[in-house]
Ligand binder design. Structure first.
Ligand SMILES: C[S@@+](CC[C@H](N)C(=O)[O-])C[C@H]1O[C@@H](n2cnc3c(N)ncnc32)[C@H](O)[C@@H]1O
Length: 375
């Protein structure tokens, strides 16, 4: 079977890296997605362990279509009865880019009608009552190439379940994990987020360091599929639970806002990780460790904070980070003037997207260690 792990732009390489670590080697990296082949065991592992994928889809069929008739007929010809009973509730999501069929709502309703007709014909019934479990079908059209797939996840994979209280402008959990994987963090590396908000970056780092499967505590749409043996996901879950470590970590989050630190403690408890948290303005940053990885997501001057105070903060960050010259510094922001305000060109820049905003991860002192685990 073919699967597609969707990802934010800039994080595709981290998804392929994690699939390889899971022993899934047959991967194809494209814009915002990574394809791979495998069975339901691979699907279960990917669902539980992918830290930076947004969704996991299982392909039912692909074909070219530039008319509604062709979309209908080719959708109807696919073997839907392998996956859906005559009573399955069918929900169709869709997107289209650079294609002749650009009306997503029309494509969604044509695909739904075609699936219903296909099920009526294969089960020899006149109606499809849709009274049983729901299956989500994704129709994606890119340059007239249609992909029809089943959504294995339900809620997106960023919903780990530990972040129940929100601060303004939190990072998604998948992007938080992505920043860590792009930073060359290793389980024994000290890590600091000096503007940690709701705690996403330190908590994701702790889950990586202690080999905690990010989605261990949640359920997936695929668990309701009648054609998948439930023991497959159950045993992948058990295996993931056994792999969890409980090491003491050198990971710290701090923020100037005491309310944020209260939330961080609650989120870390829910995620089952023990970390150090501190109410502290960035100007008071200090550490006993000579080197490590600092990752931060400061206000951008768009949603939080005004442009003037953001400029002052970025300048202050530079003078503070100069005090820890052996640390790798990673700053994500959408502010295009970041480097000139900060006062130093980055050694490496990576384009990412955060909540629909184009952002850059500015990296200083990228660590050039080779532990066979680097991206
Ligand atoms: C964009 S939010 C970080 C969100 C966080 N990454 C998350 O996932 O929840 C920026 C954070 O910077 C903090 N902050 C702003 N100025 C600060 C300063 N001078 N020192 C420390 N923290 C600061 C804010 O309180 C806010 O929580």
């Amino acid at each position: 079977m073919k699967f597609i792990a969707t990802a934010k732009i800039g994080l595709e390489s981290t998804v392929a890296f994690q699939l390889h670590k899971l022993g899934i080697l047959d991967t194809e990296t494209l814009d915002a997605r990574v394809g791979f082949s495998g069975g339901y065991e691979e699907m279960a592992k990917a669902l539980l362990w992918l830290r930076t994928a947004e969704r996991l889809l299982m392909t039912v069929g692909t074909f070219r279509a530039d008319t509604f008739d062709s979309l209908f007929e080719q959708t109807k010809a696919l073997p839907w009865n392998r996956y859906l009973s005559p009573k399955t509730r069918i929900h169709v999501n869709g997107k289209s880019a650079k294609s002749t069929l650009f009306s997503v709502s029309d494509c969604q309703s044509i695909v739904k009608k075609a699936i219903v007709e296909s099920l009526k014909a294969s089960y020899r019934v006149n109606t499809v009552p849709e009274t049983e479990e729901e299956v989500i079908v994704e129709v994606g059209i890119l340059r007239d190439e249609v992909t029809l797939a089943l959504d294995c996840c339900g809620a997106g994979l960023s919903r780990r379940g530990y972040r129940t209280y929100n601060v303004p402008a939190p990072l998604s959990e998948t992007l938080g994990a992505g920043l860590i994987l792009l930073s060359r963090f290793f389980p024994d590396t000290p890590l600091i987020d000096p503007m940690c908000g709701s705690g996403t970056i330190p908590i994701e780092a702790a889950m990586i360091a202690n080999n905690i499967a990010p989605s261990l505590g949640r359920s997936f749409a695929a668990e309701q599929w009648r054609f998948v043996d439930p023991r497959i996901l159950a045993s992948a879950r058990e295996e993931a639970a056994d792999l969890r470590k409980n090491d003491r970590l050198c990971i710290m989050g701090s923020d100037v806002d005491p309310h944020c630190i209260d939330l961080c403690k609650k989120h870390a408890k829910k995620a089952g990780v023990m970390l150090d948290w501190k109410v502290r303005p960035v100007k008071e940053l200090s550490t006993e460790w000579k080197n490590g990885v600092l990752i931060c997501n400061p206000p951008y001057g768009e949603r939080l904070s005004d442009a003037k105070s953001v400029k002052a903060l970025y300048r202050e960050m530079h003078s503070v980070f100069e005090r820890i010259p052996d640390w790798q510094i990673n700053v994500i922001t959408s502010n295009r003037e970041f480097e000139s305000i900060y006062g130093k060109p980055a050694d490496r820049r990576r384009k990412l997207s955060n909540g629909g905003m184009v952002c850059t991860l500015y990296q200083y002192n990228p660590i050039r260690k080779n532990r066979n685990e680097t991206l």
